[in-house]
Design a protein around this ligand. Structure first.
Ligand SMILES: Cc1cc2nc3c(=O)[nH]c(=O)nc-3n(C[C@H](O)[C@H](O)[C@H](O)COP(=O)(O)O)c2cc1C
Length: 240
């Protein structure tokens, strides 16, 4: 078995590709937007900004009355799609990404409602992916936002810790982001491609990236390898 793993390592090193990162965020008063701008100067990533379908709403008027009502609706019925405010269609294929960084404003101790809509609709498609969470709040602690993210992406591989940036720290976020990326080991993560292996009829193996692209056919025999997930030279191997 040891020999199999070693030869497999060699085969996969040759075919592994660079992992891809998506940043998905919502921002009402542009603090998270500014944080994401800084983040994209430090890492390579695609970016999607979530936008509510209904335009021109003032979520902060009357001591956050509307924002508060939206959060209450979700809190009361988190499993009902009708509890979540409509958002504009998002043109993104999540299967293309290994890591997703969520940029979230905090509303009443929870994740801002429009971003919750995006995750309610897409969280299941983020299963097995690395999930990083950056939260912006005026002063409140972020554990409620972390709970929302875990509820909405139940099978995400959450990178710990999350990064909390207070509104007043937005313009100085560069060093906080830099040290957070080091703490979560971002360089190693973004260097990793998840590989899936399937056995075909001839008992040889076809290797796919987690995004579904076929990377090699009939590579070698894994007869002695038990079913499971293997990490070999930072490559995750799923043997079915
Ligand atoms: C509806 C609403 C509710 C909020 N509730 C809180 C709160 O409970 N605690 C807090 O510290 N900040 C609260 N804030 C402030 C935001 O978390 C903070 O301004 C954040 O930086 C906004 O990010 P953004 O500019 O990307 O929208 C709230 C903001 C809004 C709009």
């Amino acid at each position: 078995m040891k020999r199999t793993v070693i030869s497999l390592t060699i085969a996969l090193i040759a075919i592994a590709a660079q992992a891809k990162t998506l940043i998905a965020y919502y921002s009402y008063t542009n603090n998270v937007h500014d944080i994401v701008s800084e983040l994209t100067s430090q890492i390579e990533a695609d970016v999607v900004r979530i936008e509510p379908a209904e335009k021109g709403l003032d979520y902060a008027a009357n001591y956050y009355e509307l924002g508060s009502a939206l959060i209450s609706a979700i809190r009361n019925n988190p499993d009902d799609a009708k509890s979540y405010p409509a958002i504009d269609p998002v043109d993104v294929n999540l299967a293309d990404y290994d890591t997703i960084i969520i940029g979230a404003p905090l509303w009443w101790s929870n994740m801002a409602a429009p971003l919750q809509t995006f995750l309610f609709e897409n969280g299941a498609a983020m299963a097995g992916k690395n999930i990083g969470l950056i939260v912006s709040s005026a002063s409140s602690g972020i554990s409620g936002v972390e709970s929302d993210a875990k509820r909405l992406i139940p099978d995400g591989n959450f990178l710990s810790p999350s990064l909390w940036i207070r509104s007043s720290q937005t313009s100085n976020a560069a060093t906080m982001i830099e040290s957070w990326l080091k703490t979560i080991g971002y360089d190693a993560i973004s260097d990793t491609e998840n590989i899936r292996i399937e056995q075909n009829n001839e008992k040889k193996y076809t290797v796919f990236s987690i995004s579904g692209a076929m990377m090699a056919k009939n590579v070698l025999s894994l007869q002695n390898l038990d079913k499971g997930i293997y990490i070999v030279n930072r490559k995750k191997l799923y043997v079915k």
